[in-house]
Design a protein around this ligand. Structure first.
Ligand code: FES
Ligand code: FES
Length: 164
């Protein structure tokens, strides 16, 4: 077995460990560090439940080896809240009912934080829906997820067709 030493800053703390070269970043986070908020929903790189930030950018952590993340700074869903204070995107998901079973939620939120970083309040519904292309939700129908992300960005909400 080929092993390598990795040093990864995870949620602000430097973590060192020896991993098999084939170890995925998601496996390192979940099994070596016990950070099980990052989920695994597929084995085909499609679902987005595993999204974390690597040096500030959203990455599917099942598509990257732990050794490739050595030297990088990784943020997981566990690193977003400030103590008991939810991150604004987490708070918006709660307020706008952006989750049901919650399985997709960590990945959705990490993707959303990166989208807001890129677009700020210029974010619009199309950019959110395009940006969530790699994140699958089996429960919500996405509408409230989109609303939550637009609200967290301080962007305007989609136009509603008035009910008769
Ligand atoms: Fe599904 Fe990573 S676990 S995309
Ligand atoms: Fe269940 Fe998205 S809330 S998969």
């Amino acid at each position: 077995i080929s092993m390598s030493d990795v040093t990864i800053t995870v949620n602000g703390r430097e973590m060192k460990g020896a991993v098999e070269d084939r170890t995925l970043l998601v496996t390192f986070l979940r099994e070596n560090l016990g950070l099980t908020g990052t989920h695994v929903g597929c084995d085909t790189s499609q679902c987005g439940a595993c999204v974390v930030h690597v040096d500030g950018k959203a990455v599917k952590s099942c598509t990257m080896l732990a050794v490739q993340a050595s030297g990088a700074s990784v943020t997981t869903i566990e690193g977003l809240a400030d103590g008991a204070e939810l991150h604004p995107v987490q708070a918006a998901f709660r307020e706008h009912h952006g989750l049901q079973c919650g399985f997709c939620t960590p990945g959705m939120i990490m993707t959303a934080v990166d989208l807001i970083r890129q677009h700020g309040s210029a974010l619009d519904e199309k950019a959110v829906r395009d940006g969530l292309e790699g994140n699958i939700c089996r429960c919500t129908g996405y509408h409230n997820i989109v609303k939550a992300i637009l609200a967290a960005a301080g962007a305007s909400q989609p136009q509603q067709v008035a009910a008769e």
